[in-house]
Design a protein around this ligand. Structure first.
Ligand SMILES: *Cc1c(COP(=O)(O)O)cnc(C)c1O
Length: 360
């Protein structure tokens, strides 16, 4: 078997041990004579998997009992709507920090629900190449919450520390959750689609202060209230059982490595790839400002679009997939999530050197 070196942005590569475990357990889960896919979400077998996934997440991120951990559906995109539906009452407004395509979408969706303000926007010529400085943020201390996107999957920027805000900080962490250690107490709420860094598509992780859940609006449909899912331990209706099971496998694998080692590996991967971009700067150009560079989505350009196309095609022949930039931005994007190893990145860097040498 040859596994592809997978730089896809999402759904993305998964750690091999998590997949092999699923393969081994697929037909007969723990001697029950059934696959986990065939178990009731109300049965003991699934419930144990579900609760293990929650406790692994709590352990890995050091989540205190002040917070609820929820597994929801509808993608991170649905959270763009359910966050303001729950947390933005009439007569109040919410602050949005715009640093890329996903935060634009979150802002636009919130506009449909209530009053929103832009606390900062780093767009220049339709592109984003940096995270705003703390002094640039025009925050409203009376805001219902402040929303930001911790890692900009499309443009390759990342918050390396978070601003202190009076209003609860709500963060879309879809593309960098569990890439580093975090002090959870600085957040009111974190949400993340699993398919970038911690699992397959189909499940969204929500980590939310209990007090914020309680404050949620009651004049919205029951299914969209965080309170509904918190009261039912995310088993109000049928959850995406297989996605939760597979995420459990990924979390167990991460726990066997430890989050500190995961963080260290991500730092080394970034040093290696950005090091090569800087060293070969007469050919590869990184558009992102250095202090804002993402360790999860590393973007760069070649001298022409034609060379970029050839780069992607030849990389594919060399078993490296997913290197084309997002359709809205072009260029090259290497998504270097947790499941991408330092060795994989070294492979890419070697390819970059030889591709440049061949072009003369
Ligand atoms: C991928 C992504 C989303 C959208 O996720 P869906 O699960 O497709 O709704 C939202 N925010 C960020 C930061 C993302 O990377």
């Amino acid at each position: 078997m040859t596994r592809a070196i997978n730089f896809n942005a999402g759904p993305a590569g998964l750690p091999l041990p998590a997949l092999l475990r699923a393969q081994e357990e697929l037909v007969d889960f723990e001697g029950t004579g059934m696959s986990i896919l065939e178990h009731s979400h109300r049965g003991k077998a699934f419930e144990a998997v579900h609760n293990e996934a929650i406790s692994l997440l709590r352990k890995l991120l050091g989540i205190s009992s002040d917070y609820e951990v929820l597994f929801l559906q509808g993608g991170a995109s649905q959270q763009f709507a359910t966050v303001p539906m729950n947390l933005l009452p009439a007569g109040q407004s919410a602050d949005y920090v715009i640093t890329g395509g996903w935060s634009e979408k979150a802002y636009e969706e919130a506009q449909r629900i209530g009053t929103v303000r832009i606390a900062a926007n780093t767009v220049e010529n339709k592109r984003y190449k940096r995270i705003p400085k703390v002094e640039e943020l025009e925050l409203d201390d009376g805001a219902a919450y402040v929303h930001l996107t911790s890692n900009n999957t499309l443009f390759g920027t990342q918050w390396h520390s978070f601003p202190k805000t009076k209003a609860p900080l709500v963060v879309d962490m879809s593309s960098d959750i569990l890439a580093r250690r975090l002090d959870i107490s600085q957040f009111g709420m974190i949400y993340a689609g699993a398919q970038k860094n911690i699992g397959p598509s189909g499940v969204v992780v929500v980590i939310m202060r209990k007090e914020l859940i309680e404050r949620g609006r009651k004049d919205i449909p029951v299914i969209f209230r965080y309170e509904t899912h918190a009261k039912a331990n995310s088993l109000y209706n049928t959850p995406p059982t297989f996605a939760i099971y597979l995420m459990r496998n990924v979390l167990a694998h991460l726990d066997s490595i430890g989050l500190e080692a995961v963080e260290e590996a991500n730092r080394k991967k970034g040093e290696l790839l950005y090091g090569a971009i800087d060293e070969l700067a007469d050919f590869y150009k990184g558009p992102v400002e250095k202090e804002s560079r993402s360790l999860m989505n590393i973007v760069f350009n070649l001298p022409s679009e034609e060379l970029e196309k050839r780069f992607v095609a030849e990389a594919q022949k060399a078993n490296m997939v997913g290197l084309a930039g997002h359709r809205s931005t072009g260029g090259i994007r290497a998504s270097t999530y947790n499941a991408v190893s330092l060795e994989d990145v070294a492979h890419l860097v070697e390819f970059m050197r030889s591709f440049k040498a061949k072009q003369g």
